[in-house]
Design a protein around this ligand. Structure first.
Ligand SMILES: [Fe+2]
Ligand SMILES: [Fe+2]
Length: 241
């Protein structure tokens, strides 16, 4: 609600384009869920059994919860050096993520659980720390690697939920998927602007930043049509091989 109110206030012109407060290095969070190192996380099911679906939705709700903070941090940390349009885009994204979180938490509740009921992945803020010094690095990793990854894996999740007869959950993931295409596109567009301003080749710059700040391997299969719709192809996909 706070995130959506922030977006409304920005849209209505009630907020100044002023950044005189340092962003915190860690976003505020509630006591629960308990955060575990990735290696300690129970393996996420494929979502067919009730327990598996609860684990899946809990993991996704946590991703969305962190995504709210990532989008707000993007606007607050890099807004001053970028533009009001940049701030507006990422406050819109933050509000989308807040809605995604609510949709998933609602699904969890209808399945007899809630966000905070299970432990959650403690490493999701690592990329924010690794890229807090540079807007290009942040854009290269958060929207263009992490959110783009969601485009690759979500259609199969939707398919499995449909197979299990859970149309409601499939519908929620479909809505999130459609929004995430837009988020990746915004990230890629702003990345292109930054690369151009620095006189850098965008594909080469992206590859350098990913190699520097993202330790895991980028592995397929990639969802080529969604990546194309998000403006990632062919420039950046060509760099994946
Ligand atoms: Fe999201
Ligand atoms: Fe997103």
């Amino acid at each position: 609600m706070a995130t959506r109110a922030l977006r409304r206030d920005w849209r209505a012109g009630r907020l100044a384009f002023a950044f005189d407060t340092a962003m915190p290095d860690q976003p505020a969070r509630a006591e629960r869920p308990e955060l575990l190192p990735p290696s300690k996380m129970p393996k996420r099911g494929k979502g067919q059994s009730l327990k598996g679906r609860i684990a899946l939705f809990h993991a996704l709700a946590h991703i969305e919860f962190v995504a709210i903070a990532l989008a707000l941090d993007m606007a607050g940390r890099f807004g001053a050096e970028m533009s009001p349009a940049f701030v507006g885009d990422f406050l819109d994204t933050a509000a989308d993520e807040a809605m995604h979180f609510v949709l998933l938490d609602r699904r969890l509740r209808s399945l007899g659980s809630f966000y905070g009921d299970l432990p959650a992945h403690g490493g999701l803020w690592d990329s924010a720390i690794a890229t807090r010094h540079d807007v290009a690095a942040r854009l290269a990793i958060v929207p263009m690697v992490l959110e783009a990854r969601a485009l690759d894996v979500t259609p199969a999740m939707i398919g499995r939920l449909r197979e299990a007869g859970d149309e409601r959950s499939a519908g929620v993931l479909q809505r999130i998927f459609d929004d995430e295409i837009r988020h990746v596109r915004l990230g890629a567009d702003h990345f292109l602007t930054v690369a151009e301003a620095r006189g850098a080749n965008p594909g080469a710059l992206w590859k350098t930043l990913v190699n520097l700040h993202f330790s895991r391997q980028l592995t397929g299969p990639f969802n080529d049509s969604a990546r194309r719709a998000a403006g990632l192809s062919p420039l950046f996909d060509a760099e994946l091989v």
